[in-house]
Ligand binder design. Structure first.
Ligand SMILES: Nc1nc2c(c(=O)[nH]1)N[C@H]1C(S)=C(S)[C@@H](COP(=O)(O)OP(=O)(O)OC[C@H]3O[C@@H](n4cnc5c(=O)[nH]c(N)nc54)[C@H](O)[C@@H]3O)O[C@H]1N2
Ligand SMILES: Nc1nc2c(c(=O)[nH]1)N[C@H]1C(S)=C(S)[C@@H](COP(=O)(O)OP(=O)(O)OC[C@H]3O[C@@H](n4cnc5c(=O)[nH]c(N)nc54)[C@H](O)[C@@H]3O)O[C@H]1N2
Ligand SMILES: [Mo]
Length: 755
């Protein structure tokens, strides 16, 4: 099922699962429990073990089912992955095991990383992460000597106040080892829901436009053109023009926009909430969310099940639940975790009075008077280099796919025509699962045309940044995104990195109207000069892409990967203790960030929360959340299934018997878990050896009980699922990532009390 408004995970796979099976010699799984959360992915890891004798390394605070299959299991303290990776880098640099040529030719800023790594001796890394120094040295050696190795992660890495730093330090490890752009290497970031990759590509995000175009006048003007509407008309959709380029409220902190006492930076507080594909009980700070739901003027929920947002609120009026069809009742493309498209056919027409998601949105647009503008682009096509309205009506979903292919140049969707995607669906059996290469009628294409698929003749790019493959066959360098120079150093790849088959030797900048003639060594005709867009990202005419194809050049350039993000609070990733840390001594040494004002229109507490009191004194036990194989997301889908729900008949927490004993808890006894923000949940203590006595693990897929109160009476007749329970999100500690605002689901503290 596609949870529609889904923004958590970030990053996409650079490689793909088949590539792991075929080529990886080591698989470094950090902060992912694929055995439960992605059994299909896990199967590939096990196959790689069988086929290549690949070593499986698992780094997790919990001994998970994935860890059970590992050759090396490292039990890390939550929220210390940056320190751990620096610990590995320390050893790698010290022994000269880094890939010097790769770093010299294709990376910018590695000296800064080297400097930071010097601090992270095996002893200090052990002190911070809890992983024995000998194990750190062993795994560093293994990673340095075993090529190619792939790095895999998921939500154990992102759900932290330092999530962004975590997601940066891991690719840096791969750059140091020279594993990027290589078969069997790369960063395989496993996305969560079905089509979550597609949902972020299409911009279910509060801080960008579709295709990750930035919130800036230039992007809006491009989309105005692409959608066939006036820029001024778009501007008038906003309260005032300046709101156009400001981030919206994030999914995780919309409630702060409702609650008056919390200062916001919006034109008004949030008064209405439209929920389409998010469980709400899956969000942290449930007590605040309940308050916010109670306070809204209007709550609309559009989805196939009863959403428990309607159950946790006290409100009796102005709640509307619109029945939405499932993904079996609609058709179109979705995007897999490896950037491949998949076309889906409709199995049945929408049942009863339900409507598809897009029809609900169309009705909405009609009611609010912008249906014409909303759908116009689907009636347009590029004719002789100019975008023109050529049709009276559009054909769903084909014309929607055409619009995306034509418009989203940043991620290279140019090749994703509905005809090609349908052909891939019809020819599933004609692709090699290891290489994704097609046979027979699919020869010369990779399955699902993994983006970038620059144009209608492009085969897709199964492995990102592979400079040893020609651009027109799926290769490329790193993208030139951050200017030509920084502090006097070129950001372009060295002369040694000529992308195979490219007309240009070595690095080159992204292609623009101004530089195209010089870079490609061509002369444009007067007509071409008139039609061409300012740069490759906004060139509706398609001329830049056409000329690049002829020269074997990726329009986005051939640059260096940067390790320094000069616009971030931590230009190079730094270890910072979780907001609620079990180690007061380390809070002093590695404090979190300064508090933030006006990020996604709200204030966010960091250091003031971290130092408000010595949390570890009153809340001595760490908590992490986990997935269980039979439940997903907010859990409404599976808890309405008799058989799935009965595998976990009630909410529970895994607790080590030694810790349980301390509180007099026998296996199966009930306990209260208290959180720093003053909330509590009552759950069953399940003795389990996957956790050590300093931490507990909770599933997050329950709702319907809140702080001990059973909300059964709030379910409309016939909608109560087979199982209800406390949501772990009632006690997830306050804390958000400094850049993305993902909640710190995976590093918090609690206090246990026998119930
Ligand atoms: N404590 C804790 N909390 C977490 C996490 C954690 O690890 N720990 N993980 C976080 C992560 S990564 C995620 S992605 C979220 C997931 O949590 P949610 O985003 O809430 O995901 P789901 O519960 O899968 O789906 C949301 C709703 O979409 C509805 N739905 C399904 N199909 C369709 C459809 O086709 N159309 C519409 N309109 N609706 C549909 C479902 O019925 C469901 O009620 O939870 C987050 N919350
Ligand atoms: N059955 C089932 N499958 C699912 C889902 C589901 O709800 N149920 N949800 C889907 C979704 S939306 C997503 S996003 C994916 C998520 O997929 P995963 O991220 O693989 O799932 P989790 O169980 O959250 O695993 C995260 C792991 O990280 C560990 N961890 C916690 N903190 C840290 C830390 O600081 N460092 C390290 N190294 N590890 C840490 C946890 O102990 C846990 O084992 O799963 C998807 N698949
Ligand atoms: Mo997710």
């Amino acid at each position: 099922m596609a949870g529609v408004a889904n923004t958590w995970g970030y990053g996409a796979m650079t490689n793909h699962f088949g590539d792991v099976v075929g080529n990886s010699k080591a698989i470094f799984v950090i902060g992912a429990n694929s055995a439960a959360a992605n059994p299909i992915g896990m199967k590939h890891f096990l196959q790689a073990k069988d086929r290549n004798n690949a070593k499986l390394i698992v780094i997790d605070p919990v001994f998970t089912r994935t860890a059970a299959k590992a050759d090396h299991y490292l039990r890390i303290r939550t929220g210390t992955d940056v320190a751990f990776i620096y610990g590995l880098l320390h050893i790698i640099f010290k022994n000269g095991w880094e890939d010097k040529e790769f770093i010299n030719d294709r990376v910018y800023g590695m000296d800064e990383i080297r400097k930071e790594a010097e601090h992270w001796t095996p002893e200090e890394t052990e002190n911070v992460t809890g992983i024995p120094a000998a194990q750190i040295i062993q795994v560093a050696t293994l990673m340095a000597k075993t090529k190619p190795a792939t790095v895999v992660w998921a939500l154990g890495i992102t759900q932290h106040s330092t999530g962004t730093s975590n997601t940066r330090i891991l690719p840096i490890l791969q750059l140091v080892l020279g594993n990027m752009g290589k078969k069997g290497g790369g960063c395989n970031i496993i996305r969560g829901h079905d089509n979550v990759q597609g949902s972020t590509d299409m911009c279910n995000l509060a801080d960008s436009l579709p295709g990750y175009y930035g919130l800036a006048e230039g992007s809006w003007k491009y989309f105005a053109k692409a959608w066939g509407v006036d820029y001024e008309w778009l501007q008038k959709r906003f309260f005032a023009p300046e709101w156009m380029n400001k981030k919206g409220f994030s999914l995780s902190k919309w409630w702060q926009g409702v609650l008056q006492e919390e200062k916001t930076y919006s034109s008004s507080p949030v008064r209405a909430l439209w929920v389409q594909g998010n469980g709400i009980t899956s969000l942290a700070q449930q007590a605040k969310i309940k308050e916010a739901l109670d306070k809204l003027d209007l709550l609309v929920i559009a989805e196939p099940f009863l959403n428990e947002a309607a159950v946790i609120t006290e409100r009796k009026d102005n709640v509307y639940i619109l029945p939405v069809a499932t993904q079996f009742e609609t058709e179109g493309s979705v995007t897999a975790t490896n950037r491949s498209a998949q076309w889906r056919s409709k199995v049945v027409d929408p049942l009863y009075e339900s409507k598809t998601d897009h029809d609900v949105m169309f009705e909405f647009a009609k009611k609010f008077g912008f249906y014409e503008e909303y759908t116009r682009a689907m009636k347009m096509e590029v004719k002789d280099g100019v975008l023109t309205e050529t049709k009276k009506d559009f054909n769903w979903p084909d014309d929607a796919s055409r619009e995306l292919a034509r418009t989203l140049k940043t991620i290279g969707l140019g090749g994703w025509t509905p005809e090609r995607l349908r052909a891939h669906q019809e020819n599933w059996h004609m692709f090699d699962p290891i290489t994704l290469e097609g046979y027979g009628p699919m020869k010369g294409q990779y399955y699902g045309l993994p983006w970038p698929s620059w144009d209608e003749n492009h085969p897709g790019s199964p492995i990102l940044y592979d400079a040893e493959t020609a651009v027109n066959e799926g290769g490329m360098g790193f993208r030139n995104r951050f200017g030509l120079e920084h502090e006097g150093v070129s950001q372009l790849a060295a002369d040694a990195v000529t992308v195979k088959g490219s007309k240009i030797k070595g690095g080159y900048p992204e292609i623009t109207k101004d530089n195209i003639e010089k870079i490609l060594g061509i002369t444009l005709t007067a007509k071409e000069k008139e039609l061409i867009g300012a740069n490759w990202k906004v060139d509706i005419s398609g001329i830049i892409q056409e000329k690049c194809r002829a020269a074997g050049v990726a329009p986005y350039g051939n640059a260096r990967a940067r390790t320094i993000v000069w616009e971030f609070p931590d230009p190079v990733p730094k270890h910072r203790e979780p907001i609620h840390s079990p180690r007061p001594d380390l809070v002093e040494k590695y404090p979190t960030y300064a508090d933030q004002t006006d990020n996604f229109r709200v204030d966010v507490k960091f250091i003031s929360e971290q130092t408000a009191q010595e949390w570890a004194k009153d809340f001595p036990t760490m908590l992490v959340t986990m997935r269980v194989v039979n439940l997903s997301g907010a859990g409404m889908l599976e808890r309405t299934s008799k058989y799935l729900s009965h595998l976990t008949p009630e909410m529970f927490a895994n607790i080590h018997p030694d810790l349980a004993l301390k509180y007099g808890l026998r296996d199966g006894d009930m306990m209260w878990l208290h959180a720093p923000q003053g909330t509590k949940i009552k759950v069953k203590a399940v003795h389990d050896f996957s956790v050590t006595p300093d931490r507990i693990a909770l599933p997050y897929n329950f709702a319907g009980v809140m702080q001990g109160v059973d909300l059964s009476a709030n379910y409309p007749d016939g909608t109560k699922p087979y199982t209800i329970g406390e949501s772990s999100n009632t006690i997830i500690n306050y804390g958000y990532d400094i850049i993305t605002q993902i909640p710190e689901f995976n590093a918090g503290l609690c206090r246990i009390e026998k119930a």
